[in-house]
Ligand binder design. Structure first.
Ligand code: AMP
Ligand code: ZN
Length: 475
């Protein structure tokens, strides 16, 4: 039986996404009709997520919601990186980030990981990211990682040196297919660097690392006490939770190389065939035109946004205003703008809901068709929002029809646009609003302003739109 569309009548509509692997826009067709599997590279839980991270996680949520709207059931898995991975961020000078945080905060690494995992899940919920079916923690998949490492050694794709196990990139002919960093190109780029004497090829990467003295988080292994490399974590968790065929894999653009390139090499060397069909990568969120990053000190968490009076969903709307594959510069002015837009849309929805036909009226088919076409076209969210704005302003349509369509759009947009529906004006406020509209019509703006202040004192905020005055209760 064909899957039934959730709330749109276009069975033949197919979401297209830009596949990093083929560098082309392609229809997303799950291997199993109507059911899609998706792996999302998750957060490293040694600190709060910044809104740049959340932009990347939103991409996965949008893929999910777009597919769901087309009647496809999505099983999404998002890993939690609670075993620190080495980076060259200046912050930790190559130390394990989890361990540095544990030392700085005087806590056990597991406590740090628990705390920031909960914080991440709360942030994701506040951003209306639909929860994943599973959140595997890297620390719970170490046996599966070791199993993969053992298989790679067995097959001649890896070698051991002093308790470290490296993947031999020359043993995997497809290396570089995702990122374009083929071995020839890498060789040219690395000529200046002193070669690591333990590696056979400078691009070989660690699957397992020997624990140095003083390292608290480590596991026994056939190669001595140690801990896994970051890339093997994702191969192990994705194969263990979703199997050898995964329809979509998401991440940020910085994950393409080396993280995902190495994940492909590891997983495919073990299973002997292509694992992931579509790789989707979101471009970065920037501040002052530079990547938002912990190391650059130019990052904001949702907590910091809240301190400045901003709601998480205003950030969500800000991200929707750019397509996922364009970089986006974060500014406070832009965020203030989306706060206003969010308020306006919510009060419009509340006003349309007061139309007695609301709930019984069909939506506006032409607008809906254009909205979903934009979504299906590689998540063209700016275009989808433009369709919404056009519909909002189309006074030729009954409010009830606009309500129906925008409520459907919001199942994709995830902005809680019906949040103010059903609010009741305090006694006397309706008369003041009517009086204010009369004052405005008579161009008595001083009186209109006085009435606005009176309403504000009662907790009622009024906004003037082309279609008249709308109101909302102040939160
Ligand atoms: P991390 O917690 O550092 O492992 O990062 C989690 C995710 O956020 C990864 O998929 C990164 O690609 C992504 N990411 C990191 N910085 C940014 C940024 N400035 N904009 C968008 N995504 C980012
Ligand atoms: Zn990953």
């Amino acid at each position: 039986m064909l899957p039934q569309p959730a709330h749109r009548g276009m069975l033949d509509a197919v979401l297209e996404l830009t596949n990093t692997l083929t560098r082309a826009k392609e229809p997303v067709r799950p291997r199993t009709l109507g059911r899609l599997s998706m792996y999302t590279c998750g957060p490293t839980v040694y600190r709060y997520a910044h809104v740049g991270n959340l932009r990347t996680f939103l991409l996965a949520d949008l893929v999910r919601r777009a597919l769901k709207a087309g009647g496809v059931e999505v099983r999404q898995v998002q890993n939690i990186t609670d075993v620190g991975h080495m980076t060259n961020e200046a912050f930790d000078r190559g130390e394990d980030r989890m361990l540095v945080s544990a030392r700085l905060e005087d806590k056990a690494p597991a406590e740090i990981a628990d705390y920031y995992t909960k914080a991440y899940l709360a942030d994701a919920a506040a951003m209306n990211l639909e929860p994943a079916a599973a959140y595997p923690r890297a620390s719970e998949y170490v046996p599966q990682m070791q199993e993969l490492v053992a298989k790679l050694l067995e097959r001649g794709n890896a070698y051991e040196v002093d308790g470290n196990v490296y993947f031999a990139v020359e043993s995997f002919p497809d290396y570089g297919r995702l990122s374009g960093n083929t071995l020839d190109r890498l060789r040219a780029g690395h000529r200046q660097e002193a070669p690591d004497p333990r590696k056979r090829h400078h691009a070989d990467f660690a699957l397992w690392k020997a624990a140095g003295p003083g390292r608290i988080v480590k596991w026994p292994s056939p190669w001595g006490d140690g801990y896994p490399g970051w890339h093997i974590e994702c191969s192990a968790m994705s194969l263990a939770t979703l199997g050898e065929h995964i329809d979509v894999h998401t991440g940020g653009e910085d994950n393409v190389f080396p993280h995902h390139e190495d994940e492909i090499a590891q997983s495919e060397a073990v299973v002997g065939h292509q694992v992931v069909t579509t790789w989707v990568h979101g471009r970065h969120l920037l501040t002052d035109e530079r990547k938002m990053a912990k190391s650059a000190g130019n990052f904001y968490s949702l907590g910091e946004l809240a301190e400045r009076g901003h709601r998480p969903l205003a950030a969500r709307l800000l991200f929707l205003q750019a397509r996922y594959r364009s970089p986006l510069n974060f500014t406070w002015d832009a965020l203030a703008g989306t706060e206003r837009t969010l308020d306006r849309l919510r009060s419009r929805m509340a006003a349309w809901a007061r139309d007695p036909m609301t709930g019984r009226a069909p939506g506006c088919a032409g607008y809906e068709q254009r909205f979903w076409a934009a979504v299906d076209d590689d998540l063209d969210t700016p275009k989808a929002l433009a369709v919404l704005a056009e519909l909002e302003g189309d006074e030729s349509l009954p409010p009830s029809a606009r309500y129906t369509s925008v409520a459907a759009f919001d199942r994709f947009l995830g902005l809680d646009l019906a949040a103010e529906v059903g609010q009741v004006l305090p006694a006397g406020a309706e008369e003041l609003i009517a009086a204010r509209e009369r004052a405005r019509a008579g161009r008595d703006f001083a009186a209109a302003d006085r009435l606005r202040d009176q309403l504000a004192a009662m907790g009622v905020e009024v906004t003037d739109t082309r279609a008249g005055t709308s109101w909302r209760l102040r939160p």
